[in-house]
Design a protein around this ligand. Structure first.
Ligand code: UD1
Ligand code: CA
Length: 461
């Protein structure tokens, strides 16, 4: 096992978010920021990860669920104090290096982490700060360079006017030789403008010990960005969303107007598929080629085939085949399986059901807990009555059945192959193959009856 490890700082409250959640749990593109950082570490091959919690620590602990180490920083006394809480963890990995990262700066990536480590190892540094060059340097610590390596990091509040003008900033990501980090933590004091234990002071401490410190200036845009408030969260989300859309465009996905389109990380879309405005594609979704998705679809954890059209559809944990047409205003609730060539029209809900090939459910119908065969036709306004208030029961409809308008199918019940149900029928018993189920009171005409009623009504007006 590698002796390299990571410490992720996630103890701060982020007061300006006005949230009951710790800031690192706020989401960028549907994923908590802390997960972006953990994933970057994991992708960089770092197995030993320690997350420092503080504000609402139980939420982060529950989220991490024992997968990684967490330590609680009881009081927010600064980034250096946060790392001091990890001393017991760090002592297990004294043969390696430690990367320290911020749990609220989601765009750090594995290449930046590993390229910085390469420089760190090549130069045999005690600490390598990952830095960025930006004119928008407000709020960041400034990197103070000397001839070779760096002389230190100065926090904005402690800067002289010349230092404030420096555009090379501390991203908040560092590689430390772990033994050197432990030594430096021992010597941290809170003597500065904010009265905090600054992790950044370790740089000078190590230099004063005659050890080497340098900065790895990453050319990547955005990787150092965090958010202090909701405006900042919107910016991070905008950046992440645009990057993701660009990736899909490069893969041949057609997006001619990106308004309201959000595609979460890990979503796969085949070439030639068009995504229309207002569509949200959430994690776990895979879409085939040459589909038209949108406008206004919300698709979560669903697999969609090729040449399929989804228009105003919400789909959760479901599968949809090839050459399917669904919408508008359709909901596929979890565990729905819509096979090739199916047509589902407006105001239809499907739940925990299979609808087999080339079946049509054109309008205003509920199909729940059902197994529907091939080439079945549903009229308008049919209901599979699956719940009696206590238990859910299944409906089976075999191939080529014809379900008349406004049929209620009281489950458990089976409609046989090629069977018909007459419009308005409430089906309480199984219908044999090729039979007609008909349930109607006798239809009567009473001549002149309405006329009497009408004359009464007219008098009253
Ligand atoms: C820190 C750096 C600054 C750098 C910037 C990058 C210090 C002293 N300064 O400043 O040089 O440019 O990050 O974003 O380190 N945290 C804790 N416990 C604490 C304080 C903070 O866990 O007691 C966590 C926060 O939740 C956050 C991270 O540490 O994830 C950084 O803290 P923050 O207060 O944002 O640091 P900055 O003042 O921005
Ligand atoms: Ca701060």
């Amino acid at each position: 096992m590698s002796q390299n490890c990571a410490v992720i700082l996630a103890g701060g409250q982020g007061k300006r978010m006005k949230s009951n959640y710790p800031k690192p749990m706020l989401k960028v593109l549907g994923k908590p920021m802390i997960d972006w950082v953990i994933n970057a570490c994991e992708n960089a091959g770092i197995e030993n990860i320690c997350v420092v919690t503080g504000f609402k620590h139980e939420i982060i602990e529950a989220h991490i669920g024992g997968k990684h180490t967490t330590v609680l920083q009881k009081q927010s006394l600064g980034t250096g104090h946060a790392v001091i809480q990890c001393v017991d963890f760090l002592k297990k990995f004294t043969q390696g290096n430690t990367v320290v990262l911020c749990g609220d700066a989601p765009f750090i990536d594995e290449n930046t982490i590993n390229n910085a480590l390469t420089l760190h190892n090549d130069e045999k540094n005690a600490v390598t700060v990952v830095s960025a060059n930006t004119e928008k340097n407000t709020g960041y610590g400034r990197i103070i360079r000397n001839g070779k390596g760096i002389a230190g990091i100065v926090e904005e509040k402690d800067c002289t006017p010349q230092q404030r003008a420096v555009t090379e900033i501390n991203s908040g990501v560092y590689w430390f030789n772990t033994l050197n980090l432990l030594e430096a933590l021992n010597e941290l004091t809170p003597v500065n403008a904010q009265g905090e234990y600054y992790l950044t002071d370790t740089v000078e401490i190590l230099i004063n010990k005659g050890l080497k410190a340098d900065a790895f200036l990453s050319p990547k845009p955005y990787f150092y960005l965090g958010a202090n408030d909701r405006v900042g969260m919107l910016k991070l989300n905008d950046i992440a969303r645009n990057i993701e859309i660009q990736n899909h465009l490069a893969n041949g996905v057609c997006i001619n107007c990106a308004d309201g389109i959000t595609i979460e990380k890990g979503v796969k879309i085949g070439a030639g598929t068009e995504i229309l405005q207002g569509t949200i594609l959430r994690k776990g979704t895979v879409i085939g080629e040459n589909c038209v998705i949108g406008p206004n679809c919300l698709i979560e954890n669903s697999i969609i085939g090729n040449n399929t059209i989804l228009n105003y559809v919400q789909s959760y944990e479901s599968t949809v085949g090839n050459n399917v047409k669904i919408g508008p205003f359709v909901q596929l609730r979890p565990n729905s399986h819509i096979k090739d060539g199916v047509k589902i029209g407006d105001f239809v809900e499907v739940k925990n059901s299979t609808i087999d090939e080339k079946t049509a459910v054109a309008h205003l119908t509920y199909v729940g807990d059902s197994d529907v065969g091939k080439h079945v036709n549903f009229g308008c306004g049919c209901v599979t009555v699956n719940y009696d208030g206590e238990k859910k029961c299944r409906t089976t409809i075999k191939d080529h059945a014809f379900i008349g308008c406004n049929t209620n199918l009281i489950a458990p019940v089976t409609v046989g192959e090629g069977a018909y149900t007459a419009a308005g029928t409430t089906v309480v018993n199984d219908v044999p193959d090729n039979a007609l189920a008909l349930d109607r009171g006798q239809f009567k005409i009473k001549e002149g009856y309405a006329k009497k009623k009408l004359s009464k009504r007219r008098k009253n007006v």
